[in-house]
Design a binder for this molecule. Sequence first.
Ligand SMILES: CCCCC/C=C/C(=O)SCCNC(=O)CCNC(=O)[C@H](O)C(C)(C)COP(=O)(O)OP(=O)(O)OC[C@H]1O[C@@H](n2cnc3c(N)ncnc32)[C@H](O)[C@@H]1OP(=O)(O)O
Length: 426
Amino acid sequence: MPPQNSAHGPPFRVAMAGVVGRLIRCWCRRAVGGRSRSALPSGHPALHPGCCSLKVPALQLHVSKTAMGASQKDFENAMNQVKLLKEDPGNEVKLKLYALYKQATEGPCNTPKPGVFDLINKAKWEAWNALGSLPKETARQNYVDLVSGLSSSSDSSSQGKPEAERKQAGYETVVMTSEEGITKIMLNRPAKKNALTEQMYQEIILALEAASKDDSAITVLTGNGDYYSSGNDLTNFTNIPPEGVEAKAKNSAILLRNFVGSFIDFPKPLVAVVNGPAVGISVTVLGLFDLVYATDRATFHTPFSHLGQTPEGCSSYTFPKIMGPAKAAEMLIFGKKLTAGEACAQGLVTEVFPDSSFQKEVWTRLKAYSKLPQNAMRISKQIIRSQEKEKLHAINAKESSILQERWLSSECMNAIMNFFSQKAKL
Ligand SMILES: CCCCC/C=C/C(=O)SCCNC(=O)CCNC(=O)[C@H](O)C(C)(C)COP(=O)(O)OP(=O)(O)OC[C@H]1O[C@@H](n2cnc3c(N)ncnc32)[C@H](O)[C@@H]1OP(=O)(O)O
């Protein structure tokens, strides 16, 4: 997961300017015993981007106008996002971030003012102290807003760069790129048919979180290689922690719920570019996408009963709604594999394209859509989704909890052992 691994975060490329910058660099080095920033363990105090600030009028405006309400999770995500910034935000912004972070976590500044020659700590103290009695919750929200502003300006400043440079660093199992108003999240384990490991679920959650805040109009999920995705990586079930299988099942259910939740909550148009066969959870979440474009080579398969498992991804609700109860049962209970044409006829797929022209036709279409007014698209999606968002979350919770039990069943354990012992194919 990128935020846990600062070695994968992009280096801040812009050199700190001026005397204050040089002093801060010295402080950072001193504070961490001369180690480079990327070599630091995550959570090390000196990793926190709090350094120096005077005033950042535009950003401050943005900060003060926003309503309160950032959760602890938003705050933690924002801290992670700071590590992924492509460009050094500059000392002033870093000081502001430092002050907001301290205020949000410790409350008003109550430490003695550093001495007049202790320039760096004095600057930091002044920035924190200037926040007065700002409530912790407001500071947390302002921190989140400030980071969000930085992320989008950093994204838009990279628009003129070639694609290789616009790749978001820090991901290992997905490739995230932004171009012409489209953020693409590509599953990138082609040798394993893009089977979803635990790390991959986490990276997709983070990538969706980042995409929801960037300045792209549309977000696309696709696969690298001949498969879209073969669903849950069955080795996920073989890695049992010392606490035992029950703990494993519980953690997996939490991961599943968070993963599906990030599709339910995704605020922008979300498009699946299904470049090949899709299995299991990669099929079920398609019911939460706004467009599903498929190559005619794709198939759609949810062999849950074969695996001793039950539906997830809200498919117990979305599939009957999309294709009617009879067709949904054929897929979800009996594991019938659909061709792309069948999936399209049943409403799960928006449109099927010949494999030979799939990429060209789909991306031409999406580039045209990405030029539509962004806010209108986003609001339209939200109107549609808001009608059943709570219901989807409740269904997600229920499906995850039922699966937690199923994973402990002999039916499920036997099916997984069978896959590994005989390499039984679906
Ligand atoms: C924590 C949240 C849980 C959420 C619950 C989700 C449930 C689901 O998604 S259920 C669906 C699970 N998926 C499967 O059961 C698929 C299992 N895989 C297969 O049946 C086949 O691999 C195939 C039909 C997808 C592809 O067959 P083939 O074209 O013959 O290719 P290989 O089998 O040789 O695959 C290459 C390589 O990749 C490994 N692999 C593929 N899929 C998975 C997978 N889902 N889990 C683990 N490993 C997978 C396969 O074992 C091969 O590995 P090597 O032998 O080491 O090359």
